[in-house]
Design a protein around this ligand. Sequence first.
Ligand code: SF4
Length: 298
Amino acid sequence: MYDEIKRLKKEKDIVILSHYYVDGEVQKVSDYVGDSYYLAKIAREVNQKTILFSGVCFMAESAKILNPEKRVLIPDALATCPMAHMGSVENIQKMRKEIQDLAVVCYINSTAELKAHCDVCVTSSNGAKIVKNLPQKNIYFTPDAHLGRYIASLVSEKNFYFNDGYCPVHQDITRGDVENLKRQYPKALVLAHPECSLSVLKLADYVGSTSGIIDYASNSSIEEMIICTEIGVFYELERRNPHKKFHKVISNQICIDMKKITIEKVLESLKDEKIEVEVSEELRNQALIPLNLMMELA
Ligand code: SF4
């Protein structure tokens, strides 16, 4: 199967971009693997006219919005992110009416419709930097309350309002789970994604995006770590650090939507050149503004 995927990619001039949360075997056949910000940047830089996006729908949608002239394929259109749908346009409009001097900041993990109604998009790696540089005093952060609260803890000069969305995978990792593991492995460092709750982040030696976690773990002289994010990162962590020991916190540290992108579906997608991601021109033009501003400010 790997050889066939390689052959088809070359023959059809298709580039495969994958998120760190998809299965290791999908990461293995990919041309680029990274976090949301890196993938959004790479989607703009690659020469191929067709991008096969191994990730959830909002990521493929963002690639299409940033590259309307390119064809973007997703191996399973049902791979969606529950958190991306937890924000609402009605809430944004309500906040805009009620709060003066307000910037609506939208995590990139959101639908194109939500992006179209916000002022700027951010990722977990650039959120604090971008919010600090916004001229508005008040910030409405949507859809992820945990990332919003983490950014607020770094940007004390702004007033924050939060939508109450969350990532079910990171929300399920609790402070008690991490403390238990810490008792079992007292020498291990705790590395956490900011989609975890603040009570978990307070226990962390490092907080950052998936790329940040992988880089930190690889550069550290410590040999043992507790990883508070989706299990897909273990593929790259173990590939780069075969001698180090990584512990997951809970057994279901798994995003079932990311795992819908299987190697078999990637092959089908290459063969049949589907499923093509479509975003209407009007929506694309509106959603492009906050995405472009993110690229500029980051
Ligand atoms: S890990 Fe969480 S935020 Fe990421 S795609 Fe899955 S549900 Fe969405």
